[in-house]
Design a protein around this ligand. Structure first.
Ligand code: HEC
Ligand code: HEC
Ligand code: HEC
Ligand code: HEC
Ligand code: HEC
Length: 442
């Protein structure tokens, strides 16, 4: 298959390539203040009763002072220690550079002071819990992933595919230096002297989101850290994720990856719920030296049942064996801030409504529906069909079943089973959600 090389990694051609990755409109998209003001997220709920407590304390202290003043009348005020009175000033934290000011892949050449390298392994000793969660994640396996490698092979190891799966230049054995005969779809690849195979294995590594200009970029200032930390509001924003989770190929009429766009059109975006709120909830960690018992979950995974609600409707409170009965199930996107499924257009969910026995074996396969997109099989892979579930949207699956006469009471169930598959992927379908309702048999 011939693919349009986007010329990623070729600074001179970036504009001409026409690849519409997401570029933030503002460098620091959300202010920390506005985020803190979000309902349910505020860490300052205690601040509200404070003025009242302050007033009461003031009255009590004032009363005591008045009483004390009466007995100690005429005594001079205690001497003021000039050293103790001097205000304690911490050095101002360094300003945070924008995380994705350049198109991917990014060049990082400065290792923050106090760190052995920018490899994720250099973080394990102190951020063990965070590292453990990340290690199991799709991000850590963005390069190793068998499905990714299979897809890469199909498109002739296209340079354009590497930009987000290997976001740092040191992860690339070869880099696009110039374009062959000035054709933007055929970048000339030259060996990269700063290629680091260790870092390549790490896919979307810690450094991709946390290291810039010799600084570790964190969600807040951390003066106790053994490495310089710059606080950045960008880490709290959906725009951070959009860098890689939003993509349109040149001349495309529809986005190829549209997770950020889907979120942007949803009620979640309007009420300020960011990707991180659902994908990085605080989890207890084993981190050494941390001031916090919990840190944002770096597995980034959210189970499908947090996104899908299943409502079954049964025709009667009691069912007769041998007699047909019609059931339906509503499948509702009640908890994902984007389409279900989102991301790759080759990702499909197959929802089955089936009749199963006590042993879980299928008695009647019932009916099923494929939920996903289809795209053209050549660049720019425009969307052809799309029956995915937008936030708040639902589909309904109905079937008429008959429970065989020979089955004993309470031994049959209706089951909804959701399988996930990647069209052309290295592995077959995988069951990601099941829910069963025992049948009220007479
Ligand atoms: C020798 C121990 C050590 C190593 C190694 C280390 N860190 Fe840290 N890091 C800390 C400590 C301690 C803090 C401060 C934690 C606090 O104040 O709660 C910190 C803070 C941070 C923060 C900011 C936390 C915040 O609250 O904003 C980030 C992000 C971070 N580290 C990332 C990294 C990354 C990425 C690496 C590897 C490239 C790394 N660290 C390596 C000890 C370490
Ligand atoms: C703009 C950044 C970007 C570019 C460029 C990109 N990808 Fe991806 N890729 C992603 C993101 C983000 C995901 C995860 C989204 C999802 O869940 O489907 C992903 C997921 C995938 C998956 C699915 C992995 C899985 O297990 O679900 C495959 C396969 C894949 N990409 C192949 C490719 C190929 C082949 C190319 C080049 C034609 C490419 N990617 C270019 C960002 C990118
Ligand atoms: C895909 C981007 C991404 C990757 C990869 C990533 N992080 Fe983070 N990290 C974040 C974001 C976003 C936050 C802030 C989340 C929030 O507060 O909403 C964060 C927060 C943190 C914090 C601050 C915790 C706190 O409560 O102050 C530490 C420490 C940290 N990350 C370390 C790491 C380490 C170590 C790795 C690699 C093992 C890593 N991160 C990989 C995006 C990433
Ligand atoms: C530097 C690029 C990059 C950034 C930034 C990034 N991601 Fe990803 N993300 C990827 C790639 C590439 C994959 C697909 C890995 C694979 O399976 O091949 C992925 C996969 C995922 C997956 C799992 C998808 C699956 O199919 O299992 C989730 C969830 C996810 N990202 C959420 C986020 C969130 C939330 C943020 C922002 C805090 C974020 N990502 C920031 C590149 C990125
Ligand atoms: C309201 C909560 C919520 C918000 C906000 C949200 N997500 Fe999700 N996300 C989910 C749920 C629930 C799922 C599981 C559904 C699924 O797997 O299809 C999911 C799935 C995903 C997946 C696919 C994982 C997989 O295994 O296929 C990716 C990629 C992803 N989210 C990225 C993002 C990004 C990027 C943003 C911000 C632009 C975001 N999400 C915002 C709840 C949310």
């Amino acid at each position: 298959m011939q693919i349009v090389h986007a010329g990623l990694g070729v600074p001179a051609q970036r504009g001409a390539a026409g690849l519409r990755c997401y570029t933030p409109a503002r460098p620091a998209p959300r202010s920390r203040a506005s985020r803190a003001a979000r309902p349910g997220r505020s860490r300052w709920t205690i601040a509200r009763p404070l003025p009242l407590i302050g007033l009461l304390l003031g009255a009590v202290v004032g009363g005591v002072a008045l009483a004390g003043g009466l007995t100690r009348k005429g005594s001079p005020p205690p001497p003021v220690d000039p050293v103790a009175a001097a205000p304690v000033t911490a050095p101002p934290p360094p300003p945070a550079p924008a995380l994705f000011s350049q198109p991917l892949p990014l060049h990082i050449d400065k290792v923050p002071e106090g760190l052995a390298s920018i490899s994720s392994q250099a973080c394990t000793a102190c951020h063990g819990g965070t590292h453990g969660a990340w290690e199991q994640s799709a991000h850590a396996n963005a390069w190793n992933d068998a499905d990714f490698q299979a897809a890469m092979a199909r498109v002739g190891n296209a340079t354009a595919c590497r930009a987000c799966h290997l976001p740092l230049t040191n992860q690339h054995a070869k880099l696009a230096a110039a374009n062959h005969n000035n054709q933007i779809d055929r970048p000339e690849l030259l060996p990269n002297p700063s290629w680091d195979p260790t870092l390549m294995r790490e896919g979307v590594s810690c450094a991709a989101c946390h290291v810039r200009d010799g600084l570790v970029i964190g969600p807040r200032a951390a003066p106790g850290a053994p490495h310089p930390v710059a606080a950045s509001a960008e880490l709290h924003s959906s725009e951070l994720c959009a860098t890689c989770h939003q993509l349109s190929w040149p001349e495309a009429k529809s986005a190829f990856y549209d997770t950020f766009g889907e979120w942007g059109r949803s009620a979640y975006a309007k009420s300020g719920v960011q990707c991180q709120d659902c994908h990085m909830p605080p989890k207890p960690t084993g981190s050494i030296g941390g001031r916090f018992a919990a840190e944002p979950d770096h597995s980034f995974a959210v189970p499908l049942e947090h996104g899908l609600s299943l409502y079954l409707s049964m025709p009667a409170a009691e069912l007769q064996r041998g007699a047909p009965f019609a059931v339906s199930v509503r499948v509702l996107n009640s908890g994902a801030g984007h389409m279900i499924p989102t991301g790759s257009p080759y990702k499909v969910l197959v929802v089955h409504l089936e009749l199963v026995g006590a042993d879980g074996k299928v008695i009647d396969p019932g009916s099923s529906v494929r939920v996903g997109r289809t795209v053209t099989d050549a660049p720019p892979w425009d969307t052809v069909t799309d029956n995915r579930l937008a936030p708040g949207a639902e589909l309904s699956l109905a079937h008429s079943f008959v429970v065989p006469q020979k089955l004993a009471a309470q031994t049959a169930s209706l089951r909804v089973r959701v399988d996930r598959e990647l069209v052309g992927g290295a592995s077959g379908p995988k069951t990601v959600l099941t829910r069963a309702w025992p049948l009220p048999l007479l």
